[in-house]
Design a protein around this ligand. Structure first.
Ligand code: PHE
Length: 357
């Protein structure tokens, strides 16, 4: 039995893998293994001898089995160590710089404008860019042969002679959303509507598609004074200055009466715009008191309600605030331009955290 022990224990210790261990187990303590053969010999022994050798054989069997189990665990540990070593990662390596997209200045400015007016209780309304000529013109007190239609350089949609649907246009301004929101929310109401508009025009300051933000406030007693305050608050917040000087110039729009174009005081020093100081004036929007006919077209009784409206060019105020010289660049999708003028994707403009950082 000592021979068997000396034969198997070193082999177990030297086994290189689990398959070799299994061979040893079968040869030593398997059903036909050497220990089993010895057990069978016990039957031919006399009882006294059997009583001595039986337990010794059992002990031998157990010793071999536990040596195999210990070796097996050892082999598994070694294998794990080897794997850990080969799959090692240096987590302290610097990461690759990722190319991140930026927020387009027009999206940024739209968010800024929305944040400012939201603070004053205006919610955002939207309307379709393909409009009927009724919403774009007639409802806004611009009948068929009104000269304002010709001035707008309108894109009309092609239609077959047999088509009896109303004529459609690409909206030339965001004002049709005034009518749509009067229809859907009635009075009182306070909305802004930012969005794309279209006119057939193309040079350094005109593109066939550009952006406006419309404002509309309707209530029982609203006057030009409310309009002036709202616009002053807006301009101060937007240009991030403490004081502004606004100039209301009498003007004409078919859908407002009275109408005013609004300029802000500014200076141009070496081509740099400064808002709130200087002797220059910069036109930024058209505005006025909503014409009674327009209220009526929107289903609101002009005897009971009144309101103000304004329309401002988003592209224009973006160019002014961020010093962007050519409007056309907004629509070129030039990555170098976007990286230069774009904004961090996760900086959401709010009045408390700062509009633009
Ligand atoms: N819709 C006008 C334009 O596009 C702007 C405007 C809107 C003027 C609302 C007055 C009131 O020029």
């Amino acid at each position: 039995m000592d021979d068997l022990k000396e034969k198997y224990l070193p082999r177990i210790a030297d086994a290189l893998d689990e398959a070799a261990l299994e061979d040893i187990r079968l040869a030593a303590v398997g059903k036909k293994g050497e220990v089993a053969l010895k057990m069978r010999e016990l039957g031919q022994m006399d009882p006294t001898e059997r009583q001595i050798k039986g337990p010794i054989l059992n002990a031998l069997k157990n010793e071999i089995l536990s040596a195999i189990a210990a070796k097996k665990a050892g082999l598994a540990d070694t294998a794990l160590d080897a794997r850990l070593r080969s799959e090692w990662l240096d987590v302290t390596l610097p990461t690759r710089t990722r190319r991140r997209g930026t927020i387009h200045p027009l999206s940024q400015v739209t968010e800024e404008v929305t944040a400012i007016f939201a603070e004053m209780g205006f919610s955002v309304a939207e309307g379709p860019r393909i409009e009927t000529d009724w919403y774009n013109f007639d409802a806004l007190n611009i009948p068929s042969h009104h000269p304002a239609r010709a001035e707008m350089d309108t894109f009309y949609l092609n239609r077959a002679a047999s088509d009896d649907r109303p004529p459609h246009v690409l909206r030339t301004h965001t004002s049709p959303v005034q009518i749509r929101s009067m229809e859907s929310t009635g009075a009182p109401t306070r909305i802004i509507c930012p969005g794309g508009v279209y006119r057939a025009d193309y040079d350094q300051t005109h593109t066939p598609m550009f952006h406006q933000v419309e404002g509309l406030a309707i209530d029982k007693d609203i006057s030009m004074a409310n309009l002036k305050w709202v616009l002053e608050e807006f301009v101060k917040s937007y240009f991030e200055v403490d004081d502004v000087d606004l100039r209301f110039r009498a003007s004409h729009f078919p859908f407002t009466e009275p109408s005013a174009e609004v300029d802000i005081r500014c200076s141009w020093e070496n081509g740099n715009l400064k808002v709130g100081e200087g002797d220059d004036w910069l036109e930024i929007l058209g505005s006025g008191m909503v014409h009674p006919k327009v209220l009526q077209a929107g289903g609101i009784n002009p005897e009971e309600w009144q309101g103000f409206a304004f329309g401002m060019g988003i592209d224009r105020i973006a160019m002014l605030k961020y010093g962007i010289p050519d409007l056309r660049a907004f629509f070129d999708s030039d990555l170098r331009w976007l990286r230069h003028y774009g904004f961090e994707a996760l900086d959401v403009p709010t009045l408390h955290s700062g509009l633009s950082r």
